[in-house]
Design a protein around this ligand. Sequence first.
Ligand SMILES: Nc1ncnc2c1ncn2[C@@H]1O[C@H](COP(=O)(O)OP(=O)(O)O)[C@@H](O)[C@H]1O
Ligand SMILES: O=C(O)C1=C[C@@H](OP(=O)(O)O)[C@@H](O)[C@H](O)C1
Length: 191
Amino acid sequence: MIEHYLSKRMETVKKNIILIGFMGVGKGTTARAYAKKYGIYNIDTDDLIESKENRSIPRIFKKKGEAYFRRLEQETADWIECCVDGTLISCGGGFYQVDNLKKLGTVVLLDASYDWIYHRLSSAKNAKKKLAKRPLFSEPKKAKKLYEKREKAYRKVADLIVNVEGKSMDEILTEIHEGVEQLQKRKGVRS
Ligand SMILES: Nc1ncnc2c1ncn2[C@@H]1O[C@H](COP(=O)(O)OP(=O)(O)O)[C@@H](O)[C@H]1O
Ligand SMILES: O=C(O)C1=C[C@@H](OP(=O)(O)O)[C@@H](O)[C@H](O)C1
């Protein structure tokens, strides 16, 4: 009986890595580098939503509103829960609010201060474009408020927290890889 329960439980633990964190902290960039280095597939929840809707994120916000976008995030989470495993998934900054996040895989928070994120984004060569594709970053003061509102919630849902400030991409990737491996062993995820 116990054995049966355990084996059922092990089957439902997913091998996905779910990268969460504030807008611009580097989730997409890190996911692509991780996938290349460790030879796995990666997908991005914003990309999935954009292709399903055949519209960019700013257009979705403008035409349909934020609440509609959040429903699309939940639909995406439901699809991941049903049908995706063994994948690195980078998420939009608000995706952590879906109601089944913890069922999707090991949740890794990329962490950095608001000022550091804002400074990197706004001093990039194509800063205007980078900020324009994030509707909730259009007003830095509001974005900072949003960061402060979410800061604790991100930490609460994370299985692993990786601070990215001042670290090389290689250091970040190693921290994620080693941390996730340890957690997955503990959770009984089969490799
Ligand atoms: N490790 C890194 N080193 C240098 N620049 C980075 C790194 N991670 C992200 N960036 C830069 O920061 C910007 C935002 O990163 P991105 O991956 O799009 O963030 P997110 O997916 O979290 O919104 C990118 O345009 C990229 O140029
Ligand atoms: O934080 C948020 O609520 C959002 C973050 C964005 O993704 P990135 O974190 O990739 O910028 C995107 O999903 C949308 O603009 C909303």
